[in-house]
Design a protein. Structure first.
Length: 443
């Protein structure tokens, strides 16, 4: 007896959508065998049909009409952004249609609404492609490690910034020159803000923290800093410490302490990490994420984090899973937010810091600087002078201070005071230092 096909509505047919269409056509037989039923395109919603003439009658500009059609079983969304994607997917879920999406921004902002709509109708909501492209990461967090207690998820989740920082490391190029090269090669968009300012990584961090710690974390909960202020001098300073600089997404379970209950920290920023750490060798546009769990220990996930074909691969994996569930009458894993842990304010998160200052080169300056750190409760691990130059009214010295772990608020207060001192000509850079569980910093 013939099995009823699983009919798919595709929203968007850009770089990723085009690859999805190609794979559905080229691998139709294998996908049908894996899913237990043929997987067929019911329609493709686009804004400019003339660019996709090869799709013929499948094309429509009426996305709402497509997702509400009776012959559609699954809606795949790759248009991105918040609206109209949110309204279309909510409508699809409320109608009992399963959803596969790669929309990290929407999931990070309002994933709870999508999850609640899926629960209410009994539909599936899958989104493996929203973080780290083809790398199987979200499903292991949600399913494979469901019997373990995850303590930290940390890594490189944005290929554009990793390409830029890798280029600066390899050639000594400035940030501006490395960005220009990334744009020329197609790794950076014409407007790279979402990547270089950390927003893309912050959305992914929110999704990772939500899954890992069974707590709803939104992009607004994630502390976010980008790489625009990372200089060639910072890259060189990192080398001098036996480190490299990477834009990290760090999500941690923070144990209860005293009267404070267990909580979650989620943050994105450029940081120095030991050159011996596996993440330090992740170059170019690749992504890599470390997951630490109490029983499983450390796990590393590495691979292509973006691009049409890799992202389409993750979407098709979700689509096969959803199709199987519909064929056998089952349901995928539900949203899990039972822990409801508070998100720790960044001001209270302890981190080590690398602070570079230009100061007047005269007696007593070092003790003045060290005194301000001590007054704000920031302990120093190392202080060294790295150069002498012209300070305008005499000679100037470049001081590099590396701290022990201190709360963000304490370090920020220290830097504000230092910036106002007559002996400080300028605070040139402040970078965080993360060992990520691997000791070995050359300080």
């Amino acid at each position: 007896m013939a099995v009823k096909p699983i009919r798919v509505a595709l929203l968007g047919c850009g770089t990723v959508g085009t690859e999805i269409v190609r794979l559905l056509r080229e691998q139709a037989g294998e996908l049908a065998a894996r899913a237990g039923a043929p997987v067929e395109l019911a329609g493709v919603a686009v804004r400019r049909p003339h660019k996709h003439a090869d799709l013929g009658d499948l094309l429509t500009t009426d996305a709402q009409g497509l997702v509400t059609r009776d012959d559609v079983d699954v809606v795949v969304e790759v248009i991105g952004g918040i609206e109209p994607a949110r309204s279309l997917l909510l409508e699809a879920l409320k109608a009992g249609k399963s959803v596969v999406t790669a929309n990290k921004a929407l999931l990070a902002e309002d994933g709870a609404a999508l999850a609640e709509a899926a629960d209410a109708s009994g539909a599936d909501l899958y989104y493996e492609a929203s973080v780290a492209g083809a790398i199987p990461l979200l499903r292991p967090l949600r399913e494979s490690l469901a019997g373990d207690r995850i303590t930290r998820v940390a890594g490189i989740v944005n290929g554009t910034t990793n390409f830029i920082l890798s280029a600066m490391e390899a050639s000594g190029a400035s940030y501006a020159d490395a960005l220009e090269e990334a744009t020329r090669l197609g790794y950076a968009e014409a407007d790279p803000s979402a990547d270089v300012d950390g927003y893309d990584a912050a959305s992914k961090a929110a999704i990772l923290a939500s899954l890992a710690f069974h707590t709803r974390v939104t992009s607004a909960d994630v502390h976010c800093e980008g790489i625009r202020n990372v200089s060639a001098a910072d890259i060189s300073a990192a080398k001098g410490l036996g480190c490299v600089i990477k834009l990290l997404a760090i999500c941690e379970r923070v144990p209860a302490s005293g009267d404070l209950p267990e909580s979650v920290s989620a943050r994105v920023y450029p940081a120095m990490i030991p050159a011996a750490h596996p993440l330090a060798s992740v170059d170019g546009a690749f992504n890599a994420v470390f997951v630490e769990a109490e029983a499983a220990g450390q796990l590393m996930f590495y691979g292509q984090g973006a691009g049409g074909a890799p992202t389409a691969s993750a979407v098709l994996g979700d689509l096969v899973a959803v199709a199987r569930n519909r064929v056998v009458g089952g349901r995928g894993p539900r949203d899990s937010a039972y822990a409801s842990l508070a998100v720790l304010p960044m001001d209270t998160v302890p981190t080590r810091y690398h602070v570079s200052l230009d100061v007047t080169d005269r007696a007593g300056v070092l003790s003045t600087i060290a005194g301000e750190f001590a007054r704000h409760g920031v302990s120093l691990a190392a202080v060294r002078q790295t150069g002498v130059g012209n300070g305008g009214n005499g000679t100037a010295a470049r001081l590099v201070v590396v701290t022990h772990a201190a709360p963000e608020a304490a370090l920020a207060a220290t830097v504000r005071v230092l910036s106002s001192l007559d002996v400080v000509l300028g605070v040139e850079s402040v970078l965080r230092v993360e060992d990520l569980g691997r000791k070995g910093l050359a300080i």
